[in-house]
Design a protein around this ligand. Structure first.
Ligand code: HEG
Length: 147
């Protein structure tokens, strides 16, 4: 079981309080699809992902980015048992979507880049450390049902 200090909890809650989920979700997913183009293969039903501007303008990418952020908010609300709260989501990514679990870290890295850019100097070393730990736990929970 992961332990969180009061400072870590406050730092992670602070990130969510300061960012706009819709635009951060959109930009992070778009960035992942652009920087790591092989991740596009899972989104064949999303229509035009031809180049960066098409990806940024694609409403399905925007909508799905928000879905990802809402899942992160669910993790925030269940910080003491993220693995349990993500069990069915992990199963879905493994058994139905067949997403290679290495891709979770790539999206997590994009989320960190976008959050850091939004928060500027407020994204201090200690905020980054707590945020990194949070995303590590999320990625581990998403990978849990793979075998
Ligand atoms: Mg996944 C669906 C969350 C990484 C590909 N993803 C979903 C859904 C959620 C979610 C909440 C909707 C589940 C449902 O319909 O019940 N995804 C989620 C998180 C993260 C992540 C929190 C990592 C932080 N996903 C991820 C990655 C890929 C991927 C890296 C592929 C590279 N997700 C994927 C696909 C779908 C979902 C293809 C189905 C999309 C659709 O058809 O609407």
């Amino acid at each position: 079981m992961v332990k969180w200090t009061a400072e870590e909890r406050a730092a992670i809650q602070g990130v969510f309080a300061k960012i706009d989920s819709k635009s951060v979700g959109h930009e992070s997913l778009a960035r992942c699809l652009i920087v790591y183009p092989w991740t596009q293969r899972y989104f064949g039903g999303f229509g035009n992902l031809y180049n960066s501007s098409a990806i940024m303008a694609n409403p399905m990418v925007a909508a799905h980015g928000l879905v990802v952020l809402q899942a992160l908010e669910k993790a925030l609300q269940n910080m003491d048992d993220i693995k349990k709260s993500y069990a069915s989501l992990s199963e879905l990514h493994s058994e139905k979507l067949h997403v290679d679990p290495g891709n979770f870290q790539l999206l997590a890295d994009c989320l960190t880049v976008v959050v850091a850019a939004r928060m500027g100097t407020e994204f201090t070393q200690s905020v980054q450390a707590a945020w990194h730990k949070f995303l590590c736990v999320v990625v581990a929970a998403l990978t849990k049902q793979y075998y």
